[in-house]
Design a binder for this molecule. Structure first.
Ligand code: DHB
Ligand code: FE
Length: 284
């Protein structure tokens, strides 16, 4: 049986990727950001999954206003690194897990969630920056990745509750896969940030820290937060945080199992225009 062993939550600012690619991680501004991921890199070496189910958002890179899937699962054997305007990042291509991904698609759609099946998709900073933060700069990524794209760019976006329930369906899907596969689920994006309009630059440390507290302690209550509260309190791009509820909904305690163990928590302002939040939870 495949099983979810842990969940990882992290922001995905593109400038973090650029800082790594351009060798700037030791500069004082960036050093503070990366110091928060040093324990995570040790942790993942000791807890290497076979597959990461990586919940992220595409930023009008693979998709555009022509097609806007709410939830899209990557079933391909591999995914190229996207060119977001400065050439593709110099990071390894992403190797998929087509059999597990197809099984999850089948199971989750039969559990009444509509997923878009994606057989070709270049992945942008939403996916590659979390990989870089957690793994550094390897020749190849140390595990397979199932990219799972959520629309948080163009309204209407899915509610936190729908994301939380989808996480529960993904857990059931993974646990009904016959092979012994160690899966981690990652929720990425956030925390508070707004890139546009009169409120550009908005950061809300109180909101972010309450979100981290509640994500661990009472995710079901957190899932009831209306989408408009994210936008009001955490900025227009703060809505990316609903993706963390997919990962949290897939943890064992939500299905009546034991509470997860908090392995690491980190918060830092700023990275570019964004508050960086990060958490690692292990299932027991
Ligand atoms: C920034 C943050 C994002 O989430 C993003 O997608 C693009 C830019 C930023 O803070 O610069
Ligand atoms: Fe983003």
């Amino acid at each position: 049986m495949a099983r979810i062993t842990a969940s990882v939550y992290t922001s995905h600012v593109p400038a973090i990727g650029a800082a790594m690619d351009l060798g700037k991680t030791q500069e004082p501004y960036w050093q503070k950001v990366f110091s928060g991921y040093e324990p995570s890199r040790e942790w993942i070496k000791a807890n290497k999954p076979d597959v990461v189910f990586l919940v992220f958002n595409d930023h009008a890179t693979a998709f555009s206003l022509d097609f806007i899937p709410t939830f899209a699962i990557g079933t391909a054997a591999e995914f190229a690194v996207a060119d977001e305007g400065w050439g593709p990042r110099p990071v390894p291509k992403v190797i998929g897990a087509p059999e597990l991904a197809s099984h999850i698609a089948h199971s989750v759609i039969q559990q009444d969630f509509d997923l878009t099946i994606v057989n070709k998709m270049d992945v942008d900073h939403g996916l590659t920056v979390p990989l870089s933060l957690m793994c550094g700069q390897p020749q190849e990524w140390p595990f397979k990745v199932i990219p799972f794209a959520v629309n948080v760019v163009q309204y209407p976006v899915p509610s936190g509750m729908r994301c939380f329930k989808l996480g529960q369906a993904i857990r059931k899907a993974i646990e009904s896969f016959d092979e012994d596969v160690n899966v981690q689920i990652w929720g990425t994006g956030g925390m508070s940030h707004q890139l546009q309009g009169p409120r550009a630059g908005l950061i809300n440390k109180d909101f972010d820290n309450r979100f981290l507290d509640q994500l661990l302690a009472d995710p079901e209550a957190l899932a009831q937060k209306p989408h408009i509260d994210y936008v009001r309190e955490a900025g227009s791009e703060g809505i990316e945080l609903v993706m963390w509820l997919i990962a949290r909904g897939a943890m064992a305690d939500v299905a009546g199992g034991a509470k997860p163990t908090l392995k690491h928590r980190f918060y830092h302002v700023p990275a570019s225009n964004t508050a960086v939040g990060h958490m690692i939870l292990e299932n027991n």
